[in-house]
Design a binder for this molecule. Structure first.
Ligand SMILES: Cc1ncc(CO)c(N)n1
Length: 442
């Protein structure tokens, strides 16, 4: 038996790459499922609207679904654009034949304009497909077309959801409700409503409905209960909207891979910091640069905002038996002190994302100066009472120097060890800088 979880989308292609199967496939992939598809319709579409569209012949729609379902263990499918009554009937019989659990996104129009479902198809959709659906995900306009209820209030939404459920649907989720962007989840088996709250998210929405229903399928296939799956799908699509691309002149496409891009950056940051730590621990001579309080190495992701976006060593690096040792491994949010130096530095120069603190000595400063490194300092006695030393000291030194220097030091105070901080583009660069300093002071 295969461990791979397979998702199937039965939908139209959007040549502009924002919605339809293109959005579904990226969403399934981003959330860890193997993406398969049966194309129902090929639209010539971009961010401005649908220019043209061609239906795939019915036998070929069936054979795509058969090909996938006879080979792979497919439990869940979703439908998107099913333009004609004949396509809907064909898909309904395939869904029955392969006993697919079904998410139906009753797609009717494109965000930027263009009809995706023939008027004559609406009744077939309700009669033939809805009774097979585990969940249907209309927006308020689609819900009105399906139920006849104009949705202005939550009571209207509830009325529409109940009417749609009567068509044989187990669960109805009306997205983008009244007053705000909240969703209304209706579970017919226990006649329960749940509201999924939302903030209004700024960004392009082309493909948001497809992305939402595809994400919902993934969470349902992971056996979350419907309201919980709806909450996860909502947060997923909010992120995809807020990071929408700026491709095209019309309604910008959402980016279902937005959070993966961030995690690729996080992974690289993690790998570089771990590599830097390995180099540092393998150099016995580095012990000379370890301060009494120990040291840490930190590296921020390119768009870091908080300490949780900064990789560092859990605990700290200290000296034991003449060698550097780390008390923990690398993790995000692990270094408060050195991490806040990095956050203050990237504020002035986004390229400078890493920092290592080393033992203060006149010899180290002289070596830095001989190496041509930029040096700036702050004095703890100048520090205002209501600030964090690292935030303030770093910003102060940068301001005084006019840009981010490679070296920021302070000479300490009562009970405060003097310290030197080395800054650079990434963690390995900073460790290499430290090792060149060690060579010079030997
Ligand atoms: C192919 C296709 N499916 C769905 C939508 C709805 O976003 C769209 N614009 N295009």
């Amino acid at each position: 038996m295969s461990n791979t979880k397979v998702a199937l989308t039965i939908a139209g292609s959007d040549s502009g790459g924002g919605a339809g199967i293109e959005a579904d496939i990226r969403t399934f992939s981003a959330l860890g499922m193997h993406p398969t598809c049966a194309v129902t319709c090929i639209t010539s579409q971009n961010t401005m609207g649908v220019q043209d569209s061609m239906e795939v012949p019915l036998p070929h729609i069936s054979s795509q679904i058969d090909a996938v379902c006879t080979d792979m263990d497919v439990k869940w499918a979703k439908t998107g654009m099913l333009s004609s009554p004949e396509i809907i009937a064909t898909v309904a019989s395939e869904v029955k034949k392969h006993r697919l659990k079904l998410v139906v996104d009753p797609v009717m129009t494109a965000e930027a304009g263009g009809t995706l479902l023939a008027e004559s198809a609406l009744s077939i959709l309700k009669e033939k497909l809805f009774p097979l659906a585990f969940v249907v995900t209309p927006n308020i306009y689609e819900a009105k077309a399906l139920s006849g209820v104009t949705i202005n209030t939550w009571e209207d939404g509830q009325k529409a959801a109940r009417r749609i459920a009567k068509l044989g649907v187990d669960n109805v989720i009306i997205t983008g409700g009244h007053f705000d962007a909240s969703d209304l989840v209706y579970e017919s088996h226990n006649d329960t409503f749940t509201t999924i709250s939302s903030r209004f998210v700024e960004g392009g929405t082309h493909g948001s409905g497809c992305t939402y229903s595809a994400a919902l399928l993934v969470y349902l296939s992971n056996e979350l209960r419907v309201p919980e799956a709806a909450r996860c799908a909502k947060r997923f699509v909010e992120n995809a909207i807020s990071k929408s691309t700026d491709a095209g002149m019309g309604v910008s496409p959402v980016d279902p891979l937005a959070f993966l891009r961030n995690s690729a950056a996080k992974h690289h940051t993690f790998v570089n910091t771990t590599e830097a730590l390995d180099i540092l621990l393998s150099e016995k001579a580095f012990s000379k640069l370890i301060p009494e309080v120990g040291c840490n190495i930190a590296m921020a992701t390119p768009e870091a905002e908080t300490i949780s976006d900064v990789a560092g060593v859990h605990g700290r690096i200290t000296r034991s038996k003449g060698r550097p040792v780390a008390s923990g491994c690398v993790g995000f949010g692990a270094s408060k002190h050195v991490g806040s130096v990095v956050l203050a530095a990237i504020h002035s120069n986004p390229e400078i994302r890493a920092c290592l603190n080393v033992k203060y000595s006149k010899a180290v400063l002289a070596a830095c100066s001989q190496m041509g490194l930029g040096i700036a300092s702050f004095e703890r006695k100048d520090e205002p009472s209501d600030v964090s030393t690292m935030d303030w000291g770093t910003a102060y030194a940068i301001e005084k120097y006019g840009k981010v220097p490679e070296v920021i030091y302070d000479e300490g105070d009562f009970g405060k060890e003097p310290m030197i901080r080395l800054l650079g583009k990434n963690a390995t660069d900073v460790v290499e800088m430290a090792l060149r300093i060690v060579e010079r002071i030997n």
